[in-house]
Design a binder for this molecule. Structure first.
Ligand code: FES
Length: 106
């Protein structure tokens, strides 16, 4: 599936995902800025945040329980569309997905 990463200044980078990857892994593999992903996908760092734009939110789904708690712990809030990208597993249904990197991260 093709995944596009959008930086706060509007810079866009698009990559093909491999088999059974997460959005985080695709971004880290290509050194996408603002994606430190310090814990390597263990749901322990909250430094892999992305914003899922409205048209994709239903298909991507909301955060899981622990994921939502981590986002709230890190931000003091749960912004709509905010996800930890290591918890977004890419399927064919997500081909064309766009995610935005938060200004404050990394
Ligand atoms: Fe650490 Fe996602 S990479 S929580």
């Amino acid at each position: 599936a093709r995944i596009t990463f959008i930086q706060p200044d509007g810079t866009r980078q698009a990559f093909e995902s491999g088999e059974d990857e997460t959005v985080m892994l695709v971004g880290v593999r290509h050194n996408v800025p603002r994606l430190p992903a310090d814990c390597g996908g263990q749901l322990a760092c909250a430094s892999c945040m992305v914003d899922v734009p409205e048209p994709w939110r239903e298909r991507v789904g909301g955060p899981g329980l622990d994921e939502g708690d981590m986002i709230e712990d890190a931000l003091g809030a749960r912004p709509v569309g905010r996800r930890l990208s290591c918890q977004i597993r890419i399927t064919d249904a997500l081909d064309g997905l766009e995610v935005a990197l938060p200004e404050a991260q990394g």
